[in-house]
Design a protein around this ligand. Structure first.
Ligand SMILES: *Cc1c(COP(=O)(O)O)cnc(C)c1O
Length: 236
């Protein structure tokens, strides 16, 4: 007799579908205000700190685009989940060390945190070696916060150009995390202006607290964690 597949927690899946639909609905509302189309915004469900059991309902509910901020944590859960859901698209949204670039290129489809020469070079080398081409975003430290990753705004356009010219990297867009205690609007606006100057289309901006604002400023990718998975037990 065929073995029974593992039981799917129907209630959990329905609750998760509802959470995701609420966010998608809010994205649509924000889009309509500025005459954009909801399908032009990609919802990245940020599953950092949540284990495979917690992520499974989102996969069962049909969502496929996920974000993680640590390479090592992702290696512990995604290869297995991917074996079951092969069409997952995985985004790295956390800082990247160059000694982790081989693992990052192997595991992620999109990397949002290219922010310095050393990383650009390491990624270019790994991509060639592995014959893989994850999409790349350049992270910009729009608030110029010393503790935060990202390239300074005034260096961002030239850096994108160097990624192209010196490292042969195609850059999809820019990413930012505005300072926690500031109105995010001006930061989103700055990122959009820099993206125009750098001639890239992607704008990775907006989290649970401000993704609707980000959409109104042109976000193409919103990174939403707690509004989908609930409050994290411990900081990422
Ligand atoms: C954790 C994280 C998010 C999601 O944050 P929420 O407030 O839970 O939506 C988005 N972007 C980055 C870079 C993160 O580290």
């Amino acid at each position: 007799m065929a073995r029974m597949p593992p039981a799917v927690n129907r209630e959990g899946v329905c609750a998760m579908r509802k959470q995701i639909d609420q966010v998608l609905e809010a994205v649509d509302v924000a889009c309509r205000k500025v005459e954009r189309r909801g399908e032009d915004v990609t919802l990245i469900a940020v599953s950092k700190t949540f284990d495979a059991d917690a992520i499974c309902p989102a996969l069962e509910a049909g969502h496929r685009v996920f974000g993680e901020n640590r390479v090592q944590e992702s290696q512990g859960k995604w290869p297995e989940l991917r074996a079951e859901f092969s069409d997952v698209e995985l985004h790295l949204i956390g800082p990247l060390q160059s000694n982790k670039s081989a693992d990052a290129v192997e595991l992620f489809d999109v990397i949002h945190t290219v922010d310095r020469e050393k990383i650009a070079k390491a990624l270019a080398g790994e991509m060639k070696k592995q014959g893989k081409t994850p999409k790349l975003f350049v992270q910009v430290n729009t608030g110029e916060e010393p503790q935060k990753a990202g390239i300074a705004p005034k260096e961002a356009v030239a850096f994108v150009q160097r990624c192209r010219d010196e490292h042969g990297l195609e850059i999809e867009g820019l990413m930012c995390i505005p300072p926690a205690d500031e109105n995010p609007g001006p930061h989103f606006e700055l990122l959009r202006k820099l993206a125009d100057e750098a001639d890239v289309n992607g704008l990775s901006m907006g989290m649970s607290g401000d993704y609707q604002v980000a959409v109104q400023f042109g976000a193409t990718h919103v990174r939403v964690g707690s509004a989908i998975f609930g409050v994290r037990d411990y900081p990422a």
